[in-house]
Design a protein around this ligand. Structure first.
Ligand SMILES: Cc1cc2nc3c(=O)[nH]c(=O)nc-3n(C[C@H](O)[C@H](O)[C@H](O)COP(=O)(O)O)c2cc1C
Length: 327
């Protein structure tokens, strides 16, 4: 079994974490399924409110007695939602995307007082050092291959840089990881585990419309793009990030015409909501990572987590260990 100090820190079986994806991409059923299979499920909170969050956390508790986490996008943190999350006493309070002027320590201290371990995800070394200095317990190094909002550095150089910069804190690698090969590679880079998103969006328990899950299966991973179009369409200003999304009709329609999109923002936002509801994967943004090219079937969260752990173990024991010869 692949076991790291990250597993010990949280009392979990596999060093595999469901990223707290917002906008309804994570729900109690998915979070609980990942935690029940020995990983750590994290619930996203963007787009929800305090009372819905409370209900969702209660649903997770009913479905699992294992540790789980709750995620916060710091630049748009909302006090009612944040207090509701702490009141749920998750094992992990995870954070990402702080504004440069935000005081991380106050959020981290309050999370610690609520009994949570603090996880912070960043895509650049200085950002992760800032979080480590503010008292984070676990750092996530997110490479630009990831789905959703990302920075510019690829995981291969970023992960070891972050491991070194925030030592001795445990680091998780995120971005581009969808199977045991990715987990084994992340461990080789010095990470203590992985945080994944896209792979689990294409799971039975994911709340995505089946057509969006099929779009992930169909993607060859070469068809994603870094773009501001989904944020412009949502009327949202994200601090210093593009998002990685499928280059579908929606993105192609507005590429290079962001000014026109701004002019029509309200109408487009409404049509995106409608397209999402109808499962029209051509006419709404779909945030996915380059690892969509590694995903060829929709599986249960348990199959994904356990399969990933077993494949990484097999690679380390049978493929990598035999490469070492005594001279
Ligand atoms: C649809 C979607 C929504 C996301 N929302 C959030 C979020 O609200 N907070 C966060 O910290 N990360 C968010 N992420 C990023 C994930 O936590 C994670 O870093 C990423 O999915 C890892 O890359 P992968 O998709 O290649 O596995 C989101 C990712 C996706 C695909």
């Amino acid at each position: 079994m692949v076991h790291t100090r990250f597993c010990d820190l949280l009392g979990i079986r596999h060093p595999i974490v469901l990223g707290g994806m917002g906008g309804g991409a994570t729900v109690a059923a998915l979070v609980a399924a990942v935690s029940n299979s020995g990983g750590l499920g994290i619930l996203g909170t963007s787009g929800t409110d305090g009372s819905k969050l409370k209900a969702e956390a209660e649903a997770i508790r009913r479905a699992t007695d294992k540790p789980f986490g709750i995620n916060h996008l710091l630049f748009e943190v909302d006090e009612e939602r944040f207090s509701a999350a702490l009141a749920a006493r998750p094992a992990v309070a995870s954070f990402a995307w702080a504004r440069p002027d935000q005081d991380l320590r106050s959020y981290f201290d309050r999370s610690h007082e609520a009994g949570c371990k603090v996880m912070y995800m960043g895509g650049e070394v200085p950002e992760t050092v800032r979080a480590a200095e503010a008292g984070a317990d676990i750092i996530v190094a997110q490479g630009t291959e990831a789905g959703g909002h990302v920075a510019w550095m690829a995981s291969l150089p970023l992960v070891p840089m972050v491991v070194q910069a925030v030592a001795p804190l445990p680091v998780l690698a995120a971005g581009g990881i969808a199977d045991g090969r990715g987990l084994a590679a992340a461990l080789a880079l010095g990470a203590d585990g992985v945080l994944i998103g896209t792979r689990l969006l294409a799971s039975n328990e994911s709340p995505l419309h089946p057509n969006f899950k099929q779009a992930i299966v169909r993607s060859d991973g070469h068809d994603t793009v870094l773009t501001e179009i989904p944020d412009v369409a949502a009327g949202r200003i994200w601090p210093g990030a593009m998002s990685r999304a499928l280059r579908n009709d929606f993105i192609q329609r507005w590429a290079g015409r962001e000014w026109a999109l701004r002019q029509n923002q309200r109408a487009v936002a409404q049509s995106v909501l409608e397209a999402r509801k109808q499962g029209d994967a051509d006419n709404a943004p779909l945030f996915i990572g380059q690892d969509a090219g590694l995903i060829d079937a929709i599986k249960s969260a348990a199959e994904i987590v356990e399969g990933m752990a077993a494949e990484a173990e097999e690679i380390i024991k049978n493929r990598l260990a035999v490469l070492v010869r005594s001279r």
